[in-house]
Design a protein around this ligand. Structure first.
Ligand code: FES
Length: 455
């Protein structure tokens, strides 16, 4: 690898050494310094509504059981038996009061406490020889939630999640809080692609430029009401705190008319009015911008769009929301987790049509998904070669040679952060600046690592 400092300097200039998209040494650093520290989305509270409900999710190599214990508290427990290290829970989701290790049968309550140990007396001399009491599966070092989204950090000294997200939380609200009760999820669909995890995260953060070309066939078949995908350049690109995204510019109208244009029924609009802040309402109603794709560093993305679901002459569209995570497997492979999200209070018919809209566009069979992934696999495989080590990719769209923006940021934008109208790679650069800062930071100190376990 070229020396790290010069690679990161190039990245900060928007000139990206192509090999960062497929480089084992960089991936080893990412595991330690990005995924070893960042807040990582694991699940949503609606996936585990009842006591005993659980899902099993990963932070790169580390498996966690995310459960709701008998007291209703959400737990994230390292899925490794305290005895010889077997995965305690091998199922992907379910409901259990206890988890019994398949190897020798130690068993744990759904809050992580060790409660069963076969032949405790004969093998260990009972409580006197080895105290079960006080032994628990290792908890995730940090756990926090926002609008029901459950995150963990492997860093016990992580800042509070809300502080980490910063002003990006404002934009998360559009996807996750359309009424006081928030969202419910369906999924996730999971599949693996031979692509580096950063490419999807960058794409969702700000690549409205690819839509007219990569997704032209989706427009040609009439899936969208807007006739030209190039309409995307009228949207604003914003970056705030730990994330950024793209928006669509809606036609002139009142707030209600603009939300109806996106396909929301009046009863959902009334709940949005009652739930969103004045700034949320102004961004849609006054500025006319509706959120589309977005990413929070490092690997959580969201998407909101409104295709025609039914094959009729009518102009009716139905909005959908999807959450997705680009879970790294290796430098050249990513596991995609894709959830359908919908407001819990939405009418049943809306939920059904919205799910259909999601499946048509995203998910393992979605038309957008198929278009995108072919690009990302190709980038990743080419980035492994020796020539890629000599190439710096140009990611300076929206910047002049002297680093000034082609057009100034929007003077009036109701959301927080900075926003530009038109095509630009502001957000991809912002995403990679966070990445460069993370790689440059010293590794988590040993003193902050909690050495739990049995003794
Ligand atoms: Fe789990 Fe032995 S490894 S009981």
């Amino acid at each position: 690898m070229r020396d790290q400092a010069s690679v990161l300097e190039d990245v900060r200039q928007g000139m990206i050494p192509a090999h960062i998209y497929n480089d084992d040494e960089i991936f080893a650093l990412e595991k330690e310094r990005v995924f070893g520290r960042a807040w990582m989305f694991l699940a949503h509270e609606s996936e585990i509504p009842h006591a005993g409900d659980y899902v099993v999710r990963r932070v790169v190599d580390d498996s966690f059981i995310v459960s709701r214990d008998e007291s209703g508290a959400v737990r994230a427990m390292f899925n490794m038996c305290l005895h010889r290290g077997m995965q305690v829970c091998r199922a992907e989701m379910g409901n259990a009061s206890h988890f019994r290790c398949p190897y020798h049968g130690w068993s744990y309550k759904n809050d992580g406490r060790l409660v069963g140990l076969p032949f405790h007396g004969e093998a260990y001399g009972g409580e006197e020889g080895f105290r079960k009491k006080g032994q628990t599966l290792l908890p995730a070092p940090s756990l926090d939630t926002y609008n029901g989204l459950i995150f963990v950090s492997l860093d016990p000294a992580a800042p509070p999640l809300r502080e980490y997200l910063g002003d990006f939380a404002f934009y998360l609200d559009f996807y996750t809080q359309q009424s006081a009760e928030g969202i419910e999820l369906v999924g996730p669909q999971r599949w693996r692609v031979k692509a580096n995890w950063k490419i999807g995260a960058e794409n969702f953060a700000g690549d409205s430029y690819h839509t007219p070309h990569t997704h032209s066939s989706v427009v040609e078949i009439g899936l969208f009401r807007e006739p030209k995908a190039s309409k995307r350049k009228e949207g604003a690109l914003y970056w705030a705190g730990r994330g950024g995204g793209t928006t669509y510019k809606l036609p002139p109208g009142t707030l209600d008319e603009r939300l109806r244009y996106v396909g929301y029924p009046d009863e959902m609009i009334a709940r949005m009015r009652a739930t969103w802040s004045d700034a949320h309402l102004a961004m849609v109603g006054d500025d006319g911008f509706m959120v589309s794709a977005a990413s929070a560093f490092p690997n959580l993305s969201l998407v909101h769009n409104w295709p025609k679901v039914e094959d009729t002459e009518s102009d009716d569209v139905t909005p959908f929301i999807s959450l997705r995570q680009w879970q790294p497997v290796s430098a050249d492979e990513t596991e995609v987790l894709s959830w359908f999200a919908v407001d819990r209070n939405a009418p049943q018919r809306f939920k059904e049509l919205s799910y259909k809209a999601y499946l048509m566009c995203f998910g393992s069979t979605g038309m957008f998904e198929q278009d995108d992934v072919e690009n990302w696999v190709s980038i990743t495989s080419t980035a492994a070669g020796s020539m890629a080590r000599r190439l710096r990719l140009n990611s300076r769209m929206g910047l002049l040679a002297d680093d000034k923006p082609v057009s100034p940021p929007l003077a009036h934008f109701s959301g927080p952060g900075v926003a530009y109208v038109g095509f630009g790679e502001y957000n991809q650069r912002a995403m990679l600046r966070h990445w460069a800062d993370a790689l440059e930071a010293p590794p988590p100190e040993e003193g902050t690592v909690d050495l739990g376990g049995t003794s």
